[in-house]
Design a protein around this ligand. Structure first.
Ligand SMILES: Cc1cc2nc3c(=O)[nH]c(=O)nc-3n(C[C@H](O)[C@H](O)[C@H](O)COP(=O)(O)OP(=O)(O)OC[C@H]3O[C@@H](n4cnc5c(N)ncnc54)[C@H](O)[C@@H]3O)c2cc1C
Length: 268
């Protein structure tokens, strides 16, 4: 199905963006991991968002989600692994499936932690962020899965089921990826394993991995006052655009990005 706007990330910024797309009479799909995996879920008490005093992060996210769902926002659990624009349409891969939209809002939060040594160098040559997308390339081969999401074990089981020999690591802290032209081995928390591919299954991906050509400033997406990025039809909101990394700023930027994305659709 095609939507007017697809929102990547279902935190405060993404939910606010989607709600405001709907309030402008356009359809919106939010793609995100389960609410419980959102970093704010861990907050014991959030006391600086006006009108919602002393809520836990879990309560706040649940309330935001209920509001958005009741307004008609469609949510889909999954991880966006790639997105590209062809002519007037954005094609968004969610695992092995595809959705299309006229405009996108990137609301993916901040990527915590750095890339592992070798990760960027071997991306597409034995480093993958998506078991469903790339698993078939490694049938009958040795693969390593570094799982940081609730569904990572399932993805590892999928790889086993299609004939990969899988070594699984649950939330390891360190990883060094090495090889010549392709990945040949990884050293995970000090243990070296020979392999053809390392699947790094994190809840979030760096914006520049999702959108080659996206302009960033340091670790953050560069936007104008309409929350537009340098890529036509791509808007961004929330922590991914920079500080203050706070709920109120994320919700406010989500509103602007949602309205701007809806206006972009109206002009097409
Ligand atoms: C422990 C803790 C306590 C905090 N306390 C406060 C507080 O008291 N007050 C306050 O104002 N702020 C607080 N914050 C900060 C607040 O959580 C963030 O500012 C806010 O959640 C940012 O919202 P966001 O929507 O931009 O990003 P996020 O809430 O991070 O949401 C982005 C979501 O998108 C998902 N995502 C990323 N990439 C993809 C992809 N490729 N496909 C699908 N989904 C993807 C992420 O996994 C995440 O679930 C706290 C944060 C933490 C971690």
């Amino acid at each position: 199905m095609s939507y007017d706007v697809i929102v990547l990330g279902g935190g405060p910024a993404g939910m606010s963006a989607a709600l405001n797309v709907l309030s402008r009479g356009r359809s919106a799909l939010v793609v995100s991991n389960p609410l419980q995996e959102n970093p704010l879920w861990q907050a014991e008490k959030v006391d600086n968002h006006l009108g919602m005093p002393a809520q836990s992060g879990a309560e706040m996210l649940t309330n935001l989600r209920r509001h958005a769902e009741e307004a008609g926002v469609v949510f889909r659990e999954g991880r966006v692994v790639s997105a590209m624009a062809l002519e007037d349409t954005w094609y968004v891969s969610i695992g092995a499936e595809m959705e299309t939209a006229s405009a996108l809002v990137l609301a993916s939060g901040v990527l915590r932690g750095r890339k592992f040594p070798g990760e960027a160098e071997f991306l597409g040559r034995g480093v993958s962020y998506c078991a469903t997308c790339d698993g078939m390339l490694y049938r009958g081969k040795n693969v390593v899965v570094l799982g940081y999401t609730d569904s990572a074990r399932e993805e590892a089981e999928f790889l086993s089921s299609i004939g990969c020999s899988v070594t699984y690591f649950e939330k390891p802290k360190t990883c060094i990826i090495e090889g010549d032209r392709q990945v040949e081995r990884v050293t995970v928390d000090g243990e070296t394993v020979a392999c053809d591919c390392a699947f790094l299954l994190r809840p979030a991906m760096a914006p520049t991995d999702l959108f080659p050509g996206l302009t960033v400033e340091g670790n953050f997406v560069k936007v104008d006052r309409k929350m537009a990025t340098n890529l036509p039809g791509l808007f961004a909101a929330g922590d991914c655009t920079g500080g203050p990394l706070q709920v109120s700023k994320a919700i406010g930027e989500g509103l602007i990005a949602g309205q701007s994305a809806a206006a972009y659709c109206a002009k097409k």
